[in-house]
Design a protein around this ligand. Structure first.
Ligand code: ZN
Length: 166
């Protein structure tokens, strides 16, 4: 990863937070459709945090010229062993959806931390570390929910559990 300028960093952070917000809204809708209201609430909260953070960064970015970005750099990733259709099916359990979100929060955290380490711009370093700390709190919050969410057993699906491979 190259050393980002402040405008590049802000543009990346906005893309990352907007992506997270969209995914959390989708996950919340999915959990509601499956009457898993507690987990839906968690994802609504996470969507709100991402939106607030994205809005903050957008506000901060108003003073700088942002470059256009390829948002694919920030797409959330399904677990690699999960195919497209199965992916959705897989995420219909609260446990897997939470783990999926947790894994993507870890990617966000690592991303911000790496940017902070690599940048020669002191403001990028400062913001990168701030944002990484914020993502760390999201990771920890999701970890706490995962710990109290029943792990689906064989009853989850007739198919073998893709997560067993992890
Ligand atoms: Zn986050």
């Amino acid at each position: 990863m190259m050393s980002y300028s402040l405008p590049e960093f802000l543009a990346h952070a906005i893309a990352l937070e907007r992506e997270a917000e969209e995914r959390y809204v989708e996950l919340a809708d999915m959990m509601e459709a499956h009457n898993n209201l507690d987990t839906a609430r968690i994802f609504r909260d996470m969507a709100r945090f991402s939106k607030l953070h994205g809005d903050e960064v957008t506000e901060r970015a108003k003073t700088v010229e942002l470059r256009k970005l390829n948002s694919w750099e920030f797409r959330w990733r399904l677990p690699p062993e999960v195919g497209d259709d199965e992916g959705l099916h897989y995420l219909m359990t609260a446990y897997h959806a939470l783990k999926y979100a947790r894994d993507n929060e870890i990617r966000g955290m690592d991303y911000y931390r790496t940017v902070a380490e690599k940048s020669e711009d002191s403001e990028v370093r400062r913001l990168g570390n701030d944002f990484a700390d914020e993502e760390k709190q999201h990771v920890e919050a999701l970890e706490r929910w995962i710990a109290v969410t029943p792990r689906p057993s064989g009853s989850w699906a007739e198919d073998p559990d893709p997560a067993q491979a992890l």
